[in-house]
Design a protein around this ligand. Sequence first.
Ligand code: NAP
Length: 480
Amino acid sequence: MRFAIIGAGMAGILATIKLREAGYEDIVVYEKAERVGGTWRENTYPGIACDVPSHAYSYSFELNPEWSHRFSPGDEIQAYFEGVAARHGVHERVRFGEEVVRCERLDGRWHLRTERGTTDVADVVIAATGVLHHPNLPSFEGMDSFEGACFHSARWDHSVPLDGRRVGVIGTGSTAVQITSALVDRVAHFSLFQRTAQWVIKVDNPEFSAAERAAFRNDPAKVKGVHEYLSRSFREAFSSAVIDADSPAMQAIEDQCRANLEDHVTDPVLREQLRPNYRAACKRLVASPDFYEKIQHLNAELVTSPIERIEPNGVRTADGVLHQLDVLVLATGFRPDRFVRPTTVTGRDGVNLDDVWREGPVAYLSIAVPGFPNFFMLNGPNGPVGNFSLIEVAELQMGYILQLLEPVRAGRCREVSPTWEATRNLEAERREAAVGTVWTTGCNSWYLDREGIPATWTFSFDRFCDEMAAPKLDAYELTG
Ligand code: NAP
């Protein structure tokens, strides 16, 4: 079997390694950029880190004793993925600078075409194209008139000087909060444009000492123990809480966020401006060691009046104030519904994935789509994107895909795809289970689809593990 993997980020690297471990060697990875790393290659904004502890945010088979911090910075995470890819011979299989624009099912195989015109044929396609990949760009009046530098947080322009300048950031999500922590001390004036206040949980970020790292290096069981402990605690404290808005665990998270706000914001006016009017973790919870401390610095300003327009010298808000800026950062998030795009995927009988997904992306177990045989996604639509570590999810999904391909490998069929019946039933159940989760308690967030249903896994982690343990073959068509 020949495999084409789209994307050489966390999931594409994983897929390559796991396919090789399973004995498959005919693998090509198409990567639009010139380096592996996915989101960690693309996001280089000041302050970038992962708010999942580093010892948990690692492949289970490539634990890393050398993490510098509890929440290590983005460049270290990028280096980790590059190192893993190099150690496992991933780079040799990657065609860099090749964006797959077309993927068509013809005569029982997948025919691929890249933007450069390269063509290829594969039996199996694995789309490891990420979740939050396409920037969400706001369209304020006068955007083009701004005379300073303006860019999205995922397209950071490192040629633009920041020290001693007037910098504005639009947004209050995890990205904007990390940028705030990194920039307030560097710039002359910092303006944070808040449309909606966010709950912020305080997390400390200590450095691992040389002795601690040596202890991890000398005792692999110790690193494994920490990885397992963190993953388990996260599931117990968070994954089970978000699907039950009334649970004591959810209340405990909210109490911690409220205490962080009450204890660390001294000015009562600012405190109320920063106080959300919805449940904690309804939007993606923001974690920070020092956001409240930084936003109270004398050179920092929280702007809550809505943005009216952008002018040559800055941002004009509805209260008439012109916030003069040299640099404007759009930390305005991503388009989470743009799975697999811009690739045009045409399945059996010429059916286009865009048509199947007209009402929003859907997939059986977030992995496969009826009518698209041997086309699999890692971290695809409606998966556990807001509840568990995406690395753990991708590992479980990859194990599942390998099992699903066993009948093909054994020659019992040539292709596998889920039935519409199984897909529709699971989707209906998933939507029903959304009631009672914290994501539906009354806020706007990128989790919610057009109908206000969270586009995520609304069941428990155990259910996910059970589903991934072994494919239920009666949910699939084995053909050819
Ligand atoms: P986000 O959470 O979607 O936040 C976007 C922010 O921009 C929100 O505050 C939003 O306001 C604001 N916004 C969007 N359009 C606007 C407009 N037209 N006018 C004014 N404000 C506007 O995006 P993000 O911070 O980039 O984070 C996205 C996700 O990436 C996170 O939820 C998380 O899953 C992931 N992430 C993870 C880490 C990590 O450490 N693991 C770090 C960064 C990001 P509203 O709230 O009013 O919509």
